[in-house]
Write a protein that binds this ligand. Structure first.
Ligand code: BG6
Length: 519
């Protein structure tokens, strides 16, 4: 594997699975059963990720994928997935392992609430066990619309497909896609219902942000280096900003997005996971209990967010990448008077000894000026007496130190600091030290699901959300949603597609004498 700048690295074992002890682990033989397999996720992300694992030699020899959905796609499914692996996974169509892998993919059509369907599915899976030696092990992946989750779980239980062997010699795990519930109460109810059928250690609530290298690297950056953690607190940090901007719109997902909105779609989960990694205390190990316990403490220390510290937006027509695009209310299957937010900005506070009085500014939205997810840690300005008489015509005012973590694209980390501009005067200019993943390690075609799928098969829940965590994040977000519902927005649409969101988002941070970093 090359590590020079610009080298393309295909996914290798150590890209994906340096797990707990750093050793590679290969799961036991088994079948991945994907419910909702006709959706985009399966073709664009899940199958490419599984094939990357196959290329890396991380899948068991005895392995099968069964896609389940309502439409009859038996004839076309495997070929369609092959196409997805090539296009979505950046895989060469002539890859020696590809055709063998595609033979392991099959399809089963059923309604998610048809008992007859589950009887037949169970028999089909047992048949595969006999033919392919998959030993009764199952990873059920729920990639359907959330309203089907309970039906599917229920039926899996009713048909006895939920049970692991008592001696734990095999596994039956279930992966549940987000959103997990639509508020605190529904998330609790969903967990209660799932817990009637599956034990908590069989359940893997997925948040694909935790599969991203750059997100996992936050913990390495903080805890594997000697110099950052000492200043990682309220004594040195002025504030933290998190931006998750997308230039895409809702991509034909009108009915889903109308019910979700940006807060449920990305803030309650992805952004809250990012905050917990940036702020948690060092866990004693990368064991799931240890990591989740520290995350939970952060979320439970967050103050309720008053309405004045929230901004919601909805895009109107505009221009993205030089192309005119529709407004949200003109999108397919969206209410022309929709009150759904496509943009959120929040100011949040964590009330603990490390973070008290350090504001966390968060913004996330669709159809923004560009795609960029970045975390910015801005440090306090040192006393500037020494430099009071230095000219600033060349470089402007002296800037505080910043560590910015580029989650995507252009993955990397940079540190901004002050340097003397060469010359006869003591002119101070901001400069940056930059780490780029591509330059240091080459690029990887992994999409984040590799690690998570592998962990779910192996039963390692470190990078998955736990019931308590999901409820803690909903406990913060649900009151915001309730306040918004009680006070409908009067100015939607309030930002043009292709911009950085509504004016009120600028004001939210300007009110505290700060501004969003220009990205
Ligand atoms: C998903 C949301 O969870 O995350 C999508 O449902 C969003 O609306 C996506 O586009 C963003 O993921 P990424 O990896 O592109 O940042």
């Amino acid at each position: 594997m090359g590590t020079t700048a610009g080298t393309h690295i295909s996914v290798a074992p150590d890209d994906i699975q340096k797990s707990k002890g750093g050793a590679e682990r290969i799961p036991d033989p088994g079948i991945i059963v994907i419910f909702g397999a006709s959706g985009d996720l399966t073709k664009r992300k899940l199958l490419p990720a599984l094939f990357h694992l196959e290329q890396a030699g991380l899948l068991p020899q005895n392995f099968a994928v069964v896609g389940v959905a309502r439409r009859d796609l038996s004839e076309t499914f495997a070929a369609d997935m092959r196409e997805g692996i090539i296009e979505g996974g950046g895989v060469d169509g002539k890859d020696a392992k590809l055709d063998e892998f595609v033979k392991k993919i099959s399809y089963f059509a059923t309604d998610f609430d048809s008992d007859d369907g589950y009887t037949k599915l169970k028999a089909r899976l047992q048949e595969i066990d006999t033919q392919a030696g998959t030993k009764g092990n199952r990873l059920f992946y729920l990639a359907t619309a959330p309203e089907y989750f309970e039906d599917i779980i229920d039926r899996l239980g009713k048909h006895g497909m939920n049970k692991e062997p008592e001696d734990k010699s095999g596994y039956v795990h279930v992966v549940i896609e987000k959103p997990f519930g639509h508020d605190l109460e529904s998330a609790r109810e969903l967990s209660d219902n799932i817990n009637k059928v599956f034990e908590e250690d069989q359940i893997f609530r997925i948040d694909h942000y935790l599969g991203k290298e750059t997100v996992q690297n936050i913990l390495v950056f903080r805890f594997a280096n000697g110099i950052f953690e000492h200043v990682w607190n309220r004594n040195y940090i002025d504030h933290v900003q998190i931006t998750a901007a997308e230039s895409i719109g809702i991509e034909g997902r009108g009915p889903f997005y109308e019910k979700a909105g940006a807060l449920r779609d990305v803030v309650q989960n992805h952004i809250m996971e990012l905050i917990s990694f940036v702020t948690m205390e060092p866990p004693v190990s990368f064991d799931d209990h240890a990591v989740r316990a520290e995350q939970l403490k952060v979320w439970q220390s967050m103050r309720q967010i008053p309405l004045v510290n929230t901004v919601r937006g909805q895009y109107g027509p505009g221009t993205v990448d030089g192309e005119p695009v529709k407004g949200y209310r003109q999108e397919d299957r969206v209410d022309p008077k929709s009150q759904t937010e496509t943009f959120v900005a929040l100011q949040m506070q964590i009330e603990n000894w490390r973070w008290a009085d350090v504001p966390f500014y968060v913004r996330a939205g669709k159809r923004m000026a560009k795609r960029v997810t970045e975390i910015t840690i801005e440090f306090k300005q040192p006393p500037m007496l020494l430099f009071r008489n230095t000219g600033n015509a060349r470089c402007g005012d002296i800037q505080p130190n910043i560590i910015s973590m580029r989650i995507q694209p252009d993955e990397g980390i940079s540190l901004r600091f002050a340097a003397k501009y060469p010359g006869t005067s003591m002119t101070v200019c901001p400069v940056t030290m930059d780490f780029s993943y591509a330059q240091a390690f080459g690029t990887s075609s992994a999409n984040g699901y590799e690690r998570l799928l592998l962990d779910a098969m192996l039963g390692d829940a470190t990078l998955f959300a736990h019931r308590d965590g999901v409820e803690a994040t909903w406990a913060i977000m649900t009151p915001v949603l309730e306040q918004w519902q009680a006070h409908p927005s009067k100015d939607f649409p309030n930002y043009a597609a292709g911009t950085w969101g509504p004016k009120a988002a600028e004001q939210l941070i300007a009110r505290d004498g700060r501004e969003w970093r220009k990205l």
